[in-house]
Ligand binder design. Structure first.
Ligand code: HPA
Ligand code: ZN
Length: 320
């Protein structure tokens, strides 16, 4: 039986791996480009979409950081998050833990308070309108190193009451988690939860480091854990969730085709797998599209999808 979009949307779910800057659709990017007088290299939405032919994580990150330049004010961040939250609601998302990249915005001269005020305003409106409930996770860019991350954490400290946690993202290979242990300890000292991208393009060793040295509660992506049986046993035994993003993995060529995605093998190993959209404006779909792609190409049925949705609620940092 074919699973329908309505059936997927009817499953209450959490989205736990979502970069708000990755929800910037070309139309909104162009609107903000005009509003703020920040030119983009690609002059119309079709040209921007044509540029979304990625060959790796870094080929995506180049365009992703470029497009962020149009985000300047609290209103821009509120518009961005408001548009995402409306789509998430339609997809049956009841709670979402939203990543943002403070270093990119601060480096462009955008005050951290504008970013957090704008995102928090959209979150407040969403909660008041019946959901989804949204919370914020500030990600450090691993390719800018631990010292920059520590300085960023000092800036974030004054806003800690409006943050759920910290994460680690951006170019992975060559930037192992180990160096960030002190930053993650300091973040916990501020009462923040911790998560990290690991094992997207990087080796299983980076996932071990995220667990053992950073002490993360959840691993973002983590798909290369499938190469290491001892790591799979560890993840399963501890109930450490993976926030898997199937369409992203195929678009960035971490996985060649959806039919070969490791998600079923991770589930078979007893790992708490969740399904998420990562950067939906760039990767061809929001969270329900990811569930539907699994149903269509990995032969998962509605019962399997309901279990994945249940996992996402369990894996939420704010508890079930
Ligand atoms: N990986 C690393 N950094 C990112 C990603 C990702 O998938 N998306 C946005 N920043
Ligand atoms: Zn990500």
């Amino acid at each position: 039986m074919t699973v329908t979009r309505a059936q997927v949307a009817a499953l209450p779910k959490a989205e736990l791996h979502l970069h708000i800057e990755g929800t910037l659709e070309p139309e909104l990017a162009l609107e903000l480009s005009a509003r703020n007088g920040v030119p983009l290299r690609h002059a119309d939405a079709a040209a921007l979409r044509r540029a979304y032919a990625f060959t790796s994580l870094s080929s995506f990150l180049d365009l992703y950081y470029e497009c962020m330049a149009v985000l300047r004010t609290a209103r821009d961040f509120a518009d961005l998050a408001g548009a995402y939250l409306a789509k998430a609601r339609a997809d049956g998302v009841t709670r979402t833990e939203i990543f943002f990249d403070p270093q990119v915005h601060m480096a462009r001269g955008v005050p951290l308070s504008a970013v957090i005020d704008g995102l928090s305003a959209a979150a407040g409106r969403s909660a008041a309108a019946g959901g989804p409930r949204a919370e914020l996770i500030a990600c450090f860019l691993r390719d800018r190193g631990p010292d920059d991350a520590m300085r960023t954490l000092e800036s974030l400290a004054g806003h800690a009451g409006r943050l759920l946690g910290v994460g680690l993202d951006s170019a992975e290979v060559g930037y192992p988690p180990a160096g960030f242990a002190g930053v993650f300890d300091a973040a916990r000292g501020l009462g923040l939860h911790t998560v990290a991208h690991a094992g997207e393009e990087g080796p299983p060793e980076y996932v071990w480091q995220a667990l053992d040295l950073l002490g993360v509660e959840r691993v973002d992506h983590g798909i290369r854990s499938v190469e290491d049986p001892a790591l799979l046993r560890r993840l399963a035994a501890d109930g450490t969730p993976l926030t898997v993003c199937p369409l992203s993995n195929v678009r960035l060529r971490c996985v060649d085709v959806m039919a070969n995605h490791p998600l079923p093998r991770l589930l078979d190993a007893g790992v708490l797998v969740t399904v998420n959209s990562d950067d939906p404006a760039y990767f061809g779909g929001y969270v329900a599209d990811n569930y539907l792609a699994l149903a269509a190409e990995l032969d998962l049925g509605l019962t399997d999808l309901a279990a994945l949705a249940g996992n996402s609620i369990t894996a939420s940092l704010t508890g079930s």
